[in-house]
Design a protein around this ligand. Structure first.
Ligand SMILES: Cc1cc2nc3c(=O)[nH]c(=O)nc-3n(C[C@H](O)[C@H](O)[C@H](O)COP(=O)(O)O)c2cc1C
Length: 212
């Protein structure tokens, strides 16, 4: 006899739906040639594309729409303090009113603030972040914009952007020697889970399509 007991469930109304995605630090070039860093986590990959979601009113979004390119720097789990130093800031000046009201401040030099280091990219004007174990140079393929006046945190709406990845840079110590594969045991990304930072935990197994 099947002894499975259906779990109790509740219908809830959470203020956010950040169910756990990797933290990405997007580097983009500002109008004056300096670099902005945008911490974000609404991102997923399929083939050579990465789809991201960015709130309106951000400096990174404006830079990405203007320049059509960026670097997606995947943060490691040892980088959560650096990410959190960037969290209450924006490269935009002046800030949108809703961001000021939520405690954000303008920050022009996010590399210095976070203690991170820039490394030149191959084709994208913005540099990579040397500390990030994976760095994806990408160009913008298409974007959509949605205005959501009723959504508390998104007074400027948001954009969904499709990016094509041109170059993948990986720290040598997370690449399986003499292959093109990331070592899933050594790569330890930082995740953003309902506004908390969490690490990866132990590897549990692999799919039938895994090549290493
Ligand atoms: C861990 C983390 C994840 C975030 N995820 C997103 C996201 O997916 N999309 C977004 O628009 N903002 C996200 N944010 C908020 C932006 O970082 C914030 O709006 C910031 O001010 C943008 O900087 P910028 O204006 O210089 O681009 C996230 C922040 C943190 C700390």
């Amino acid at each position: 006899m099947d002894m499975y007991r259906t779990p109790d469930t509740l219908v809830i109304h959470p203020s956010i739906l950040y169910f756990g995605t990797p933290v990405v630090l997007i580097t983009t070039r500002n109008v004056d040639g300096s670099t902005n860093i945008t911490p974000m986590s609404s991102a997923w990959a399929l083939a050579d594309r990465v789809v991201i979601g960015l709130s309106g009113g951000g400096q990174g979004l404006a830079n990405l729409l203007r320049e059509g390119e960026c670097v997606l720097n995947l943060a490691g789990e040892d980088m959560h303090e650096a990410v959190e130093r960037l969290a209450p800031t924006s490269g935009r000046n002046p800030l949108p009113a809703w961001k000021r009201e939520h405690g954000y401040r303008h920050e022009a030099d996010k590399f210095a603030l976070a203690g991170l280091h820039a490394q030149p990219s191959l084709t994208v004007a913005a540099p990579r972040i040397a500390e990030c174990p994976l760095q994806l140079e990408a160009v913008l393929v298409q974007s959509t914009f949605r205005s959501l006046e009723a959504w508390r945190d998104d007074a400027d709406g948001f954009s969904i952007l499709e990016l094509e990845v041109l170059h993948v840079h990986a720290h040598a110590d997370i690449v399986v020697p003499a292959t093109q594969h990331i070592d899933p045991v050594r790569y330890a990304p930082l995740f953003y889970l309902f506004r908390h930072y969490v690490g990866r935990g132990a590897a549990l197994g692999k799919t039938f399509k895994a090549q290493v």
